[in-house]
Design a protein around this ligand. Sequence first.
Ligand SMILES: [Zn+2]
Ligand SMILES: [Zn+2]
Length: 312
Amino acid sequence: MIDTLDDAELDRRIRTKTLTDLKGIGPKTGTAIVQAHKGEVPEYLATLEEAHAELVPMADDVAAFRALLRGDLHSHSDWSDGGSPIREMAEAATAIGHEYLALTDHSPRLTVANGLTAARLERQLDVVAELNEELAPFRILTGIECDINLDGSLDQTDELLERVDVVVASVHSDLRAERSVMTERMLAAVANPHTDVLGHCTGRLVIGRKQRNGTQRPRPESQFDAEAVFSACVENGVAVEINSRPERLDPPLRLLSLAVELGCDFAIDTDAHAPGQLDWQSNGCERAVATGVPPERVINTLTADELLDRSV
Ligand SMILES: [Zn+2]
Ligand SMILES: [Zn+2]
């Protein structure tokens, strides 16, 4: 319809607000045409694109990679700073074909994210055990995203770190520390026998984001000796996380390539804080394909039993 109007006629109809007099043009389409004519992305189309983002087809090789993943090893519930109950996260994971989801809420020191004290984590373990009986064969792996303290120790009791299935160790504070200080801190965390996955290793934010405690601006990568840290990951059987959150996309491709070269294992995680975010894994798969990550080195291609045998 709109193609049959010349520019002058379109201008006139926009000016006189008579676009919707034309057959087949309702108010929504009318508004979209006006916005497009002004060179803007029509709001209506932007909303549609957002709502159907998951329907945009993945490249075949990315889709094939994604199909190999049996689960996700980094997610949050409303027990820490996620927005949804554990059950809803688990049901969403089941719905997209996962066999398991590691629930890795924050550790005590991350008070801004309502980190779990030892007592709350113990209670969560009971809740998960009950849910698992109900949801079997799907399995919620117990876990924690544990802060790496300034001295490289982990922010939870040894007893609990031993008890949970998956420990993702991440730096969340003093991200601008000097390179050698950050390297030592990360090396200590990677050498910790409880650490299974090194979370979002550079801590960068490529775009700003809104959080419950305000808006965070983009920030650069932390500085550390990546070769030393990734080599330590290989030695200690710690998987390097490929974090799929659009504002993180961590590690950057150049470091991801280095980790591939050094022989690291990987975990392609969403770090989902809401059920819909579990779909973000394709972001990580895209980066894995781009840097030649061998699927057999991605630990969430393993079954839950194989994973736990690996001592994750
Ligand atoms: Zn984190
Ligand atoms: Zn997280």
